[in-house]
Design a protein around this ligand. Sequence first.
Ligand code: ARG
Length: 246
Amino acid sequence: CGLATAAPTPTTPSMLDDVMARGVLRVGFDVGYQPFEMTNKQGQYVGFDVDLAKMVAKEMGVKVEFVNTSWDGIIPALLTNKFDVIMGGMTVTPQRNLRVNFADPYIVIGQTIVLRKDKAGAIKSSLDLNDPKYKIAVKLGTTGEQAVKRLIPKATLLQFETQDDAKLEVLNGKVDAFVYDLPYNAIFASQNADSIVHLAKPFTFEPLAWAIRKGDQDTLNWFNNYLRQIKGDGSYDRLYKKWFES
Ligand code: ARG
């Protein structure tokens, strides 16, 4: 008819729109990472990330569904739409940030060392472990693995698929040390004070954040404003006390 019609407005791929339409927020994580995501005796998922995910979903007015995924495949699983967001204590690293977008950090931690008790005299820091005669267990694909490769390069590195397998090695005395995130190690060491020692001073700096697929400014904006709100109104502090100070 000759009348100019406006071109359709280009839409951005917003995860929020998908989630609202579906009525479910799908959260990817890797369970067994205390105190962020664990399974309780009734078989339910519990932890800091679990509570945060539930709060997010409640605020969006949708249900939450957890998708347990092995850590070394968790970014590919996000990118192939197996879930909407990683809420699993993921450290923001420049390499990961080339593949995903991160919301603002929700907590800052670092890597620490759990030692066989009989090594506590000889080893006082990561520097002392930098020798091929020392065996260090890590979980595959974690920043613990990266930290050992980068900062303790001469030590003998042993990678395990799960954190449980890796931590058993140091408990059973098959390796000298286990390197992982501070909050995990603090609980691990306090429960096994007879056989292991925690060098609790972090030797890396690691902001943890929620990861989403790239190019989704809508969702990033929602997450960042939500985080600022709960950090300001006391609900974040209550949750923090529940999982980190009890
Ligand atoms: N912060 C470490 C990393 O980003 C370990 C996180 C492990 N998380 C988990 N849910 N198992 O590599």
